[in-house]
Design a protein around this ligand. Sequence first.
Ligand SMILES: O=C(O)CCC(=O)C(=O)O
Length: 340
Amino acid sequence: MDDAMRDIFARQGYVVVPDVLNQQQLDELNEVYDQHIEEREEIQSKGGTDKKIRFSIRGRDTYQTTDRHGNTYVGRRFWSQAYRDLIDNETMLPILEEILGDPSWGHAPAHMPAELRPLFRLDHDNIHYKPGRKPADGEDKGGTLHGGPESFHITCVYELKTVGPDDGGFGCVVGTHKPANEQKLLDVDGDWKRNWCDTQWTSQLPNWDEDVPVHRVFAKAGDCILFTEKLKHGTIPWAGSGERRTLFYKYVPFGMHHGDVAYDTNDPELTERQKRIVEFSPCWFNEPREDKDYSANPALTKLHPLTHMESDPSVLLSGMSPPHIRLTDKTRTMLSTSLG
Ligand SMILES: O=C(O)CCC(=O)C(=O)O
């Protein structure tokens, strides 16, 4: 990452990295996408006519394996050489290492030992598809704003088809990865989570604070939008006449739990580095979510001996928040007792 990119990412909370994928990579990724679209499941999204097409991972071609830590993997996502290569894309890899490994960005806990800092993990991936819109199609509602300064994961958004300025897709409220800017949004009266963007079908609240503008992020096929999940972001309704084909690869620092979708680390086609990136960490600086069942994943609860209740904020770049360290009450009591 050069200084200009670093500066943009620090200021905006996202940056568009141009030309990350070449035409051959795009062709290969799109070919697998084509096959899945043929078998697509159309799912009526909650409470509206908005048709989002998502891809089920628990479908007919899923299977189960267990990794070397005894964690269970069920599922199969878009998978081919080109998809595996996205795990450690050569342009994005050093950028991910820096942003997830240097605690000054507020993703890695400050107490993470230096040797673990380069060992970030692919936590999960998402696939968004929208067919091209025709004038007679019904409304598209888009999505609500989410994300917050204490989040610790970052996302590579790969565009497989060009997204134009008025098409929709990824949008965000610039600068809200920093708590002072987030507060400006929280202070806006009204349902700003839903009413954040002016489109054919949605409107922004009239009292929106101009200090925190919304960006509709457009990008060419092959570009990667890198954003921090600290940033308030969401889906702008799709109005493009062409398809939306977007891949989201979501990474966490070593030892941090988020969505914890497990990958098939036994796949012999994965390189050692890819395996390392998709494997669960052997120990953790935060604890699993209470809303998920981890009974098939015994290695997901082992805390790192240097776990602290909070991450030291003194290491942070100006205006950033430390990551939220989620710990159970029992662990907190144990840690405060051992601290004396
Ligand atoms: O680009 C989009 O549709 C927004 C995606 C999103 O909200 C997310 O990845 O959390």
